[in-house]
Design a protein around this ligand. Structure first.
Ligand code: 13P
Ligand code: 13P
Ligand code: MG
Ligand code: MG
Length: 372
């Protein structure tokens, strides 16, 4: 029987402002998940948060895009939002953009990444969840892991990886996708995914057998809402080892930081800040955009657990190996903030279309006079 891993997330309220999800909301999510496990809807779960986003990690046998699983996530978020409203939390129900659930959580606001696969003898999975950025923030990460032999030694020295990987790339503007195979089409891939304003990676498969290697959320919340309601804080999951990049090849791009779009009001370039779960809160200029990395293994349809049945989740970025990236990120954050509201600190005009800036510019329109 195949196993499915689903990571579904939404911003349903936070404190103070957009900083962190408070415990009472996580408790509600935890209770809903426990109930779903009890009834057999899901096999195992882990609830956590990335900054102000509530994250539901679930394993089950119902496949990707399953109505019952998506409804469970939606109902859980609705219950949390109700509590958030009572607590007058900031952005209570922020990402719940539809009035009622309609078969699939796609296009309703929450973001999700899912993978269905036949379990290997050992099935390690790495999950990333980020706050104050967008799905295309993973473009550079995926390129490094699956197409850059300078990062992933296995692409050169492991015969199971030399076949390379194929990337399914979504054009977020036109809602079309294209699949490109590396190493053959590496330059074409980079031509697309370097443009993070528009292109984002949806799925990655291994070339020799089409096995699913990684999946990412692709929700563009401001396209759905038609106005700025927050960033599409993304999640992704990657299978590791034995024919896929090793866990250490998946984490090694974070020896350094790199720039992503988001931060304050979703309007600024910012260094990605890899943190352990205890530092998963966006405090400085609503950032810097945080990314948490969790390592799990799947065992007979469940998250591997201890003898009491608690899932064993390894908090990858809590390790001191990522101190250099954090140090670099703070240096870069300081440098970027000195530019205030000037480009390149502020995003370019194309990306700013999906923020609150156009309203400010519209107020000036009638004051412009033609030049001779
Ligand atoms: P596996 O053989 O378990 O995939 O590990 C390879 C390795 O050496 C990782 O660094
Ligand atoms: P979130 O998308 O994380 O809610 O952040 C919104 C924002 O504007 C932060 O400054
Ligand atoms: Mg928020
Ligand atoms: Mg958020």
């Amino acid at each position: 029987m195949k196993t499915t891993v689903s990571l579904i997330k939404a911003d349903i309220g936070s404190i103070p402002g957009h900083v962190v999800v408070p415990k009472p909301l996580l408790d509600i999510a935890e209770a809903r998940m426990a109930e779903a496990k009890e009834t057999g809807l899901i096999n195992s779960y882990y609830v956590f948060h990335a900054g102000d986003d509530t994250e539901l990690l679930m394993t089950h046998n119902r496949g990707e895009d399953n109505e019952d699983i998506h409804r469970l996530a939606w109902d859980t978020f609705m219950a949390c939002a109700e509590k958030a409203k009572k607590m007058k939390l900031h952005g209570a129900g922020q990402d719940l953009l539809a009035d009622a659930f309609s078969g699939n959580i796609k296009g309703m606001g929450p973001g999700y990444a899912e993978m269905e696969f036949e379990e290997r003898g050992s099935e390690p999975i790495v999950l990333f969840a980020a706050d104050k950025t967008e799905p295309a923030a993973f473009n550079y990460l995926f390129y490094k892991i699956y197409a850059d032999p300078g990062n992933t030694a296995g692409l050169v020295i492991d015969p199971k990886l030399t076949c390379g990987f194929s990337f399914e790339v979504l054009d977020g503007l036109n809602n079309k996708s294209v699949t490109l195979s590396t190493p053959d089409e590496l330059y074409s891939l980079l031509a697309l995914i370097g443009a993070t304003e528009r292109y984002m990676i949806k799925k990655i498969t291994r070339n020799d057998d089409g096995a699913l290697a990684a999946a990412s959320s692709t929700t563009k919340i401001n396209y759905i809402a038609g106005k700025y309601v927050g960033k599409d804080d993304p999640v992704c999951m990657l299978r590791a080892q034995s024919g896929f990049p090793a866990v250490g090849e998946i984490t090694s791009p974070f020896l350094h930081t790199y720039m992503v779009a988001g931060w304050m009001r979703g309007s600024h370039w910012a260094p990605f800040f890899p943190v352990g779960l205890k530092d998963s809160r966006c405090t400085l200029f609503d950032g810097p955009p945080r990314i948490v990395g969790l390592g799990v293994q799947i065992c007979n349809g469940e998250l591997s657990s201890d003898d009491e049945g608690n899932p064993i989740v390894v908090d990858l970025f809590s390790d001191p190996s990522f101190d250099l990236a954090r140090e670099e990120a703070l240096q870069m954050a300081s440098f970027m903030r000195r530019h205030g509201t000037f480009q390149p600190a502020r995003l370019g005009p194309g990306a700013m279309e999906y923020t609150t800036l156009p309203q400010c510019l519209a107020a000036l329109e009638h004051r412009f006079k033609d030049e001779d």
